[in-house]
Ligand binder design. Sequence first.
Ligand code: ATP
Length: 345
Amino acid sequence: MGTAAERSAPEQIRVAGLRKSFAGAGPVVDGLSFSLGQGEILALLGPSGCGKTTILRMIAGFEAPDCGRIFLHGLDVTGLPPQQRKIGIVFQDYALFPHMTVLENIAFGMRAVPRGERPAKAVRWIRLLELENLEQRYPHELSGGQQQRVALARTLAAEPDLVLLDEPFSNLDAALRNSTRKEMRRLFKERGVTAILVTHDQAEALSFADRVGMMSTGRLQQLDTPEKIYQHPENVFVAEFLGHTNLLEVELNGCQALSPLGPLTTLTSGQGRCWVSLRPEHLDLVSDPAGEGQVVSREFRGHDCFYHVNYRGREYKVLAAFDCRLALGEKVSLRVVRPGVVLRG
Ligand code: ATP
């Protein structure tokens, strides 16, 4: 997991067996364990209410786990108050001080830095996050993207060991969200910042993180690189939440499966009835007057074309090239062009 460099990087954070319940209800975080090397970026991805923010709050020290431990640099910090953990947090709403200027907000993050060194360091952060000429403005005089960068500058100015990001891009419009995300990742990688991002945006998780942790109802379903978690989802939940998929119930014998689409091969072997995931790009469709498939919908998306095809009473998603001209109602045949991924239930 992670690149070779990250695997050999010293461990920055480890959580072991974290569990948390609120007021008599079932656990919202259950049996959570993972570790991150220095400079590694993790995205926790999952539907609303699956426990992502609660995990950040426990790591930051705002919430005490019912059981489990949190280690920073190998040191057990589970019982330490937030201010002793050297963790920086960037929230969705930025939480800037409205009565302080940009410069004062950033300086606030540097309380641990000797007073004399603060102006020079603040200028460095201002330059790095492209906030020049905005130093004397108040938060209400800034755009969403600028506020977001001030919040980040304030957090990074404190030189934390670990940065926690709770949906920090969600208030930005699509274009700004993309550029800020890219810029932030570049900055983190340049400076070796270890970070945990919480999001329910899969594109964000896949493009920002070195590893993605897919959560459902308080449990980590899979923790892998973006490529692995997309190409080799381990179970039905991960396959369905992350990207589009066609789930097929098959009869498996080794790596050969009998599926509703006919025989197909699978990446891993197994025996008996099980679920197989085929991504839309793993299917191909061709015009065929004698074919059993029929185009139900067509969505032209510029760089590609997304189809829904009815085949023997079931709908399949197929990703075709941008110049695919198959029309609604057209008869087609479907072909599996990549091995299927065998899933756990
Ligand atoms: P979202 O993506 O919507 O922010 P999330 O995955 O971050 O959701 P959490 O905020 O961690 O989810 O909440 C997980 C569950 O715990 C939810 O059902 C929530 O209602 C509950 N919860 C969170 N904080 C408390 C609290 N202080 N008291 C009681 N229940 C809480």
